[in-house]
Ligand binder design. Structure first.
Ligand SMILES: [Zn+2]
Length: 72
């Protein structure tokens, strides 16, 4: 699911603010973490979904992992 329209978001009841430029508008995408790299590094992230929020101004990317949600 992608949303190319920049909007304001909250994560865990905290408003997202870009740490680099201070922008508060982001667009989102979901990334599936099923790469061989994650196995190589020993992370337990295989087949997990990550939610990305990308700063509309400078392109800074937030990554949020849902520890409990496993994508099959
Ligand atoms: Zn920014």
């Amino acid at each position: 699911m992608e949303n190319q329209i920049a909007a304001e978001y909250e994560v865990k009841s905290k408003k997202l603010i870009c740490p680099h430029c201070g922008e508060n508008k982001f667009w989102t995408r979901q990334t599936l973490m099923n790469t061989r790299a994650s196995t190589f590094f020993g992370f337990d992230w295989a087949n997990r979904k990550a939610q990305n929020y990308i700063c509309d101004n400078c392109g800074y990317v937030f990554w949020f992992f849902d520890r409990n949600e496993k994508v099959i």
